[in-house]
Design a protein around this ligand. Sequence first.
Ligand code: FES
Ligand SMILES: [Fe+2]
Length: 379
Amino acid sequence: MIVNNWYVAAESTEVVENPVPVRMLGCDFVLFRTTAGEVACLSAVCCHRGGDLSRGKRIGSCLQCPYHGWEYDRNGRCTKMPALGDDASPPKRARVDAYPVEERYGYVWVFLGDMLPAERPALPDFLPMYADDSWRVVRLKRDWHANWARVHENLLDASHLFLVHSFGRHLPAKMTVWPVTKTACGGQVIQKYPARAVAVTAVNQAQAAQTRSESTVTLDFSIIGLMHRNDQQMSNGYDQIIWNCLTPIDADHTRNFGLHFRNSRKSPDHDAETLKAIQWGLTEDAAVVEHLRPRLMPVTPAGELWMGTDNMERLYRDQATAFGQRLGAIDVRRHEDLVRDRVLVIPSPGRREDPDGWVHGTVPLQAAAGGGASKNAMS
Ligand code: FES
Ligand SMILES: [Fe+2]
């Protein structure tokens, strides 16, 4: 699991008055909205004696621990210790990690890492059409009992469509090997299909079948933000864009946030059937992906037999490995062992600015391995 990356923690509408618990990368966080309307994200474990801040209460623009009432501001600094009286000023060590937050596309994005603004990777704008009224947008969420990289590879994979998906049964099994392009944060492939040879949702399939439309599919992924966009332009004008973003809950579970844009049948009356078709497709994927072995991204490509038709997934794995080495990746085995009797957090930028005087330790990171996918050791 890559640190120093942006992850969707929640839908913006989920973060209102009450603190919201979120588990990401095997660590616990709490989101809350200040009285000024800004979202704050803190490590959820109180540095006093382990209270769960997500079960606490918002008081003004602070969060109160449910155990002894210490209050933390949006920067993670303890401002009040009730047992010591109102005049007491909390020591510097009375603080928890606070993470940078940005709201975009109706989601709360959190930067999980300690990079300072100048070195922090910028979240690419994958959805410039987000506020464009010519599209109807629906929002979905799904939890997978599978590793984030396993899920993401599946969502980029075209050679399973004919077999796994009911909407893909009319597709030929034989694939064209489309050239893939490495981009700054990920990769891209552009595929062209003859009439009726593409359908990503049942909605689209019905339209394609009626009009025998040709189509161009542009698939982009970004390791920054762990997202991808599937842009389907059809010659009959029925276009759709599918955007998915993945947040590792832990090494074995992944939360999938998604947006679907359509430029036809834009009445809200068609939202439910659109969502149902997308979820149906993802359920078909899950029946395979949740049973892959090994469960995590394989430690070496030598344990699999890659073909040219797997080139997009191969590029994904190369890029995920390269970014993991550049940004840092959690050593999952050591982490899972250590957290049995101690709190370990993902270091926040506050630790870079002021390294001393923190109560909780930080998650173990993998040693940078070098060598790209040939030494893929990320989980
Ligand atoms: S454990 Fe949080 S105030 Fe004591
Ligand atoms: Fe699929």
